[in-house]
Write a protein that binds this ligand. Sequence first.
Ligand code: ZN
Length: 173
Amino acid sequence: MTTHPHAASRFCMHCGERLSTATPEGDSRRRLVCLRCGFIHYINPRPVAATIPVRGDGRLLLLRRAIEPRAGKWVFPGGYMDVGETAEEAAARETREEALLEVVNLSLLGVYTRPGPGVVVIVYEAEARGAGGAGDETTAVAWLHAHEIPWDELAFDSTEAALRDWVRRRSRP
Ligand SMILES: [Zn+2]
């Protein structure tokens, strides 16, 4: 393995030496390591916070992505957490930015991970306050009943997994 997916990390942040790939002593995985100063550059998944906004009539909001990856596909609002905010704050902020919508009473629906993309998706169900609209990274928003969810046009595996959990939770007596 000569290349690493995190290309920004080719140089040691402490001493500037080019990083190498090696298994550190006492470790079981190959890491990016600095052979000059010994620094180990651990790469961890990044948390994404999202909401499934729901109106009083039971419809949920989905938005159509304007940007890659998965432009044109449907997803609920969400994005990377910033340092200094809670997951709930990040989820509400992303909902404000992408769907022009305020949400309250966030309730954890689930946490979704898989080995590939290196993200941890934290999804809340939330009460919508307002009608919403298309933000900068969005071409359209839609308020849908559960039976109207476009299962074949969803953006990510985590989108489908969370929506399936949401439908299951809604149908519980
Ligand atoms: Zn170094």
